[in-house]
Write a new protein. Structure first.
Length: 115
């Protein structure tokens, strides 16, 4: 009889928890922020992080050029799609595939603004 009572209490507690979850749980909460400003800031931050991790050996710490060309005003020479193509496929001494295509898109958008 004691086991039946404990099992019944356990079932009631479990049922109460399930009812609570069904009626009150609303899932992950969405943050309401200015997504456009946050996206552009995070994209620039991501681009700078990708560049410092992968590109500064050849292009210099400030993109002033080293073994690779100066990129400080590369946006006045090439469009975003041209820069992305060079990053993905290489050109002259620039090897293809140094970074992923997703990273290339982020970096090319950032570099295209350098005019």
């Amino acid at each position: 009889m004691k086991k039946v009572g404990l099992t019944m209490i356990g079932n009631v507690i479990l049922a109460g928890c399930l009812v609570f979850l069904l009626f009150f749980y609303q899932g992950p909460q969405k943050q309401t922020t200015n997504k456009t400003a946050k996206k552009s800031t995070s994209s620039a931050d991501n681009a700078q992080q990708i560049v410092s991790s992968n590109c500064t050996t050849c292009h210099g710490q400030n993109l002033q050029g080293n073994v690779g060309p100066n990129l400080t005003k590369i946006g006045s020479k090439y469009s975003q799609s041209e820069i992305e193509n060079i990053i993905n496929h290489g050109k002259n001494a620039m090897p293809a595939g140094v970074i992923s295509s997703d990273q290339a898109k982020i970096v090319s958008e950032w570099l295209a603004q350098k005019k």
